[in-house]
Design a protein around this ligand. Structure first.
Ligand code: ADP
Ligand code: MG
Length: 574
């Protein structure tokens, strides 16, 4: 459905056309008509689906010539950035409707300036709950003529502890009014607000979890514990995105990671709720105009921020909520573009959490192995070639330098090679080292193996996948690095590569399997023989039947199937 099929005024049609909007998004199609009629609406739709226009267009349309000095529409947003962004978009819709005056009010900015703007007459006010309350208390914002109140990103406002403020504002505005609520998720607290403050609201739910992420390619990387930062540096170097967002779960992680990335020479900046407003605006602007290539952010700070052209999203930490995953990766692939999302996971727990996310979002998140140094070098070479072929204004001075060098015995080819290797080395030296181990089974012929013994067995209802999972988790090695697993009544033996014995014993003590603290030792079957004690019949490994069920494959191969997609091992070389 086109915007011009709506019964909008000429002024709005023209402004919307100028913005390049033709087709309405789903949420817009379903919510604009009832909103124009004055209904209460509760709309649920994912980030990036055009909710601002869904409520902003009817809001602008509702302002009449009689409203010159009255605030008739109030829009509440969770953060200053979102308030500014909504304000900007509404100003665009109102471009040809001169009677509309939109003013935004939020904390961290000059109160005087806001008071001054409000005094000059504002029919649409956009603000954060705290600052709106503040202006209401000072009577610098009068809402006795309010006809419409809109709660944008309502779930986030509740998450941020604005519930009391919101309820207090809702109880203070005229009862005869339109109440509109937009949210990406619908937790019970929102439904409670709806029940209390909305009148026969029209529920609109756009099932677009897949839709918004459809154009986004999703990958994950398994990284050894403690190596996520290095892995991220490697990925950033390999993919060299011109605009990327990296998500962390805590403010401290944002700060630490940003510092690490800057040290490694990336143009990175962090953004989170503890920063001053002026700093945040500065960072956002730098990211928008590409002065900053990598924005490291917390979920709340990044919520709803609308930057187009983000090439890639990296989940440094797994999101704490499945919905957040969708919001995060929705930062890329906006407005019909394609994008890529990468998630870093360490350990078995995160692996299963990722599987949960996959189920929840119905998306496919493919495993990828970290790029090797030689792959990155190949990319860098291409980059240098592109860079050099792109230069079209070579100065005469350059040739004169080359001539002088030639006189000194350094010919053109040698001079160019020296310059290029300087460039290449600078980039490559900064890359972290990852060792990609050779898989045991595919290893060179005759790769030596030994066995370790783990003091847990059938009596604790242990299955091979528990053992393998715990080993993979503790060592950061791949499931394929481990060989045959034999489970006995009270203990288990596992075949391991001999040259990794020390490392494996080191990293598996302590280790827990299925909640049981276990001890891992080098297996010395010889001890049994010396004692002359043959294992009794009960002490035979189980699972023979199962291995037959898998045909001719060796037991170790069968066990490796329990943890698929684990191929590469990354291990600190140092
Ligand atoms: P949300 O609030 O749902 O996260 P936004 O309102 O921020 O989404 O919109 C996301 C982007 O899509 C913005 O850049 C906006 O200008 C653009 N957009 C919104 N509606 C349309 C439309 N009908 N056609 C094209 N682009 C649109
Ligand atoms: Mg929004």
């Amino acid at each position: 459905m086109h915007f011009n099929e709506l019964n909008l005024s000429q002024e709005l049609i023209r402004a919307v056309e100028e913005l390049g909007f033709t087709e309405m998004t789903e949420i817009q199609q379903q919510s604009i008509p009832p909103l124009l009629e004055g209904n209460d609406v509760i709309g649920r739709s994912n980030t990036g689906t055009g909710k601002t226009a869904a409520f902003g267009i009817p809001a602008v349309e509702s302002v009449t010539d009689a409203d010159k000095n009255n605030t008739t529409v109030l829009i509440l947003c969770p953060t200053r950035e979102l308030a500014m962004q909504a304000h900007e978009e509404i100003r665009k819709f109102a471009k040809y409707k001169k009677i509309v005056k939109a003013v935004s009010v939020y904390g961290g900015a000059s109160m005087e300036k806001q008071i001054h703007e409000l005094k000059r007459g504002a029919n649409i006010v956009i603000g954060t709950p705290g600052r709106v309350m503040d202006h209401m208390r000072r009577k610098t914002l009068k809402l006795n003529n309010l006809r419409c109140i809109i709660l944008d990103e309502a779930d986030e406002m509740l998450n941020m502890g604005f519930r009391e403020d919101i309820e207090s504002i809702l109880s203070d505005v005229p009862e005869e009014r339109q109440t509109v609520l937009f949210s990406a998720t619908m937790p019970p607290a929102i439904l409670a607000i709806t029940e209390k403050y909305q009148k026969n609201p029209i529920h609109i739910k756009i099932k677009s979890a897949q839709k918004t992420v459809e154009l986004i390619e999703q990958f994950y990387f398994e990284v050894a514990m403690g190596r996520k930062t290095d892995a991220l540096k490697l990925l950033l170097a390999a993919y060299s995105p011109s605009s990327a967002m990296v998500f962390c779960n805590t403010k401290k992680m944002v700060d630490d990671l940003t510092e690490e990335l800057i040290k490694a020479g990336f143009r990175a900046s962090g953004i989170h709720g503890d920063m001053k407003q002026s700093q945040r605006t500065q960072v956002m602007n730098a990211f928008k105009n590409r002065a900053v290539e990598i924005l490291v952010a917390t979920d709340v700070a990044a919520r709803g921020i609308d930057v187009t052209g983000v090439d890639a999203v990296f989940n440094y930490d797994l999101p704490q909520d499945n919905e957040y995953y969708i919001h995060r990766i929705g930062r890329t692939g906006r407005a019909g573009r394609t994008g890529t999302a990468y998630t870093l996971i360490s350990g078995r727990k995160q692996f299963y959490e990722l599987r949960e996310i996959e189920k929840y979002t119905k998306a496919t998140i493919q495993e990828k192995s970290l790029p090797t140094k030689s792959e990155i070098v190949a990319v860098k070479k291409d980059n240098i070639i592109n860079e050099i072929t792109g230069i079209d204004n070579v100065s005469h001075e350059a040739y004169s330098i080359l001539d002088r060098l030639a006189e000194m015995g350094i010919d053109y080819r040698e001079a160019a090679a020296r310059i290029i290797s300087g460039k290449l080395n600078a980039e490559i030296e900064a890359l972290p080292e990852f060792e990609h181990s050779r898989p045991l089974k595919k290893g060179r012929k005759g790769a030596k193996t030994v066995k370790v013994d783990i003091n847990i067995g059938r009596n604790k209802r242990i299955a091979p996948n528990f053992i393998l999972g715990a080993l993979v988790d503790a060592t950061g090695m791949s499931g394929r690095d481990f060989g045959k697993i034999d489970i006995f009544d009270t203990h288990t033996t596992v075949e391991i590569p001999e040259n990794e014995t020390e490392y494996i014993l080191d990293s598996t003590n302590p280790m827990k399997i299925n909640g049981n603290q276990v001890e891992v030792k080098l297996y010395t079957g010889a001890v049994r023989e010396i004692r002359g004690k043959r294992p009794d019949s009960k002490d035979k490994p189980k699972f023979d039947r199962r291995s037959r069920a898998y045909g001719n494959r060796k037991k170790s191969e069968v066990y490796s199937d329990y943890i698929p997609n684990r191929k590469k091992r990354v291990k600190n070389k140092h």
